[in-house]
Design a protein around this ligand. Structure first.
Ligand SMILES: Nc1nc2c(ncn2[C@@H]2O[C@H](COP(=O)(O)OP(=O)(O)OP(=O)(O)O)[C@@H](O)[C@H]2O)c(=O)[nH]1
Ligand SMILES: [Mg+2]
Length: 469
């Protein structure tokens, strides 16, 4: 970690501002080589965090920009090392020249996430906070931003550390009793111990339960649009995206393959999946498409069932049968679903036709709305229905949710270990056995925050970062 890294920290596209960033012991010296303040002495004579105006030059000393420079010295910086930043005009070509000049002055190209990795290794951020940095950069909805910002502020680390501290106390008392039998230390009452383990298990349960919501918030809700051929699925898909992504024709069987796109709808990040119309297809390509539609329903967390309201006015027997098959499939998936009467500009339906197939058969839809994807009528009702299914105001504090598989796995492992400890205690096993379980739970929680974590796990975490962060 003793070398100096540099990177362009902003996107490489012409923009108002572009930032060159440095971290490592040679940072200040490197900016002194490439940057000359218009007034006063070099950056090495300037205090931390002062913004200094001057000229940036390339390795041949030709001026390439007028920019601002600031330095923050160890340990009071993002990475905990000496750092410097050059705030230039956002010209990709000028930034590239500036970066090259910094390399010439002794820095090397930073790897993705290397600044934040150094911050973690120097104890500036625990692992939940470093993950929050990546989450914040990738957040696509206001709710995801608030969650990531809360986590960056330590909300998740506080919950985990709270449980960790309780378990530490428990272990410490145990060891005191076991290791110093002659001292006059009050032995643990079994009930007291069992209550403490119960509290920890309850807290870990609540923590583990936040994962579903946290995951959907960060990754988006997989949302399958299904229905019979020609029902208007692709038209709805395009209307939700706001552009003509999927092909729409009046020929049944237009969509052959599933198409997936992300969109923020009603504050909910949806991973919309347009599917091939579900029917008994003779054609091999369509049949494969229908299989994919079924698979999409199985992995969806929200299903939009599109029913052609024009057709529903003159239902055919075959059409009714196909619709029932679709409803069976949807109910088997056991996920929330919304009944959508499409093309209401043509049929004039105002309410919904749910009655037609018998409401109450299996699971009811969470909502039913009549829409016209062409005129936009009813789309606001659909938005409300989706927002109501994934409410943003929950009693979980912003940032105190588990949002990725790594965190959830560690929390579950901690929970199982605590439960095992509680069982062992009930079964009358020796305190040593209980302590071993509690220590295992602590080690799992330590992985969550990064107190105890292996090198390859951290490497995987930082792979998600961009260069310059
Ligand atoms: N007037 C009107 N026409 C619509 C509406 N939605 C869809 N259509 C028409 O219905 C036809 C079928 O629409 P698609 O969106 O391709 O239907 P689909 O469900 O994707 O069909 P497949 O891909 O074949 O399964 C097209 O001619 C659309 O223009 C609507 O809200 N109003
Ligand atoms: Mg289609």
């Amino acid at each position: 970690m003793n070398d100096t890294i540099a990177a362009i920290a902003t996107p490489l596209t012409p923009s108002a501002i572009g930032i060159l960033r440095l971290s490592g012991p040679g940072s200040v010296e490197a900016v002194d080589t490439v940057f000359t303040p218009f007034q006063g002495g070099p950056m090495s004579t300037r205090p931390d965090r002062a913004l200094v105006y001057g000229a940036l030059h390339d390795r041949e000393s030709a001026v390439i920009d007028h920019c601002l420079c600031t330095v923050s010295r160890a340990p009071n910086s993002y990475t905990g090392e000496d750092t410097a930043e050059l705030q230039c005009h956002g010209s990709p070509a000028a930034l590239a020249l500036g970066l090259e000049a910094l390399f010439h002055a002794g820095a090397r190209q930073a790897k993705p996430g290397e600044f934040t990795r150094r911050a973690f290794l120097n104890g500036k951020l625990d692992l939940t906070r470093t993950e929050a940095v990546a989450d914040l950069i990738h957040a696509e909805t206001p709710a995801a931003v608030r969650q990531a910002a809360g986590q960056l502020g330590g909300a998740l680390a506080d919950v985990v550390d709270g449980i960790y501290d309780d378990l530490t106390n428990l272990c410490a008392h145990f060891h005191a009793v076991l290791d110093y039998p002659d001292e006059d230390i009050e032995p643990f009452e079994i009930e007291e111990l069992s209550a403490a383990l119960g509290d920890a298990a309850g807290a870990l349960d609540r923590l583990a339960a936040t994962y579903r919501r946290g995951r959907l918030l960060n990754e988006g809700v997989p949302c399958a649009i299904v229905g019979r051929p020609n029902a208007g699925k692709s038209t709805l898909f395009n209307a939700l995206l706001g552009y003509e992504r999927a092909i729409v024709t009046d020929i049944p069987g237009t969509t052959r393959d599933t198409v997936e796109e992300r969109v923020n709808f009603g504050g909910v990040l949806l991973r919309l999946i347009d599917t091939a119309g579900l029917r008994d297809a003779d054609d091999e390509v369509e049949r494969l498409g229908v299989e994919r539609s079924r698979a999409a329903v199985e992995r969806a967390e929200l299903i939009l069932v599109v029913v052609d309201s024009v057709e529903a006015e003159n239902p055919t027997e075959a059409g009714g049968r196909e619709l029932l098959d679709i409803l069976h499939l949807v109910m088997e998936a056991g996920k929330p679903w919304i009944w959508i009467d499409s093309k209401c500009d043509l049929s004039g339906v105002l309410g919904s036709s749910v009655g037609m197939v018998g409401k109450g058969r299996g699971t009811n839809p969470a909502a039913s709305v009549a829409i016209s994807a062409v005129t936009g009528k009813g789309m606001d009702k659909l938005e409300e229905a989706v927002a109501a299914l994934f409410p943003q105001d929950t009693d979980i504090q912003a940032g105190a949710m588990l949002t990725n598989a790594r965190q959830a796995e560690a929390a579950n492992r901690a929970r199982s270990a605590v439960e095992r400890g509680a069982e062992a205690l009930k079964a009358g096993l020796s305190p040593d056995a209980v302590v071993a379980d509690v220590e295992e739970a602590m080690s799992a929680l330590g992985e969550l925050t990064g107190r105890t974590v292996s090198e390859d796990v951290t490497a995987r975490i930082f792979e998600r970062f961009c260069v310059g962060k």
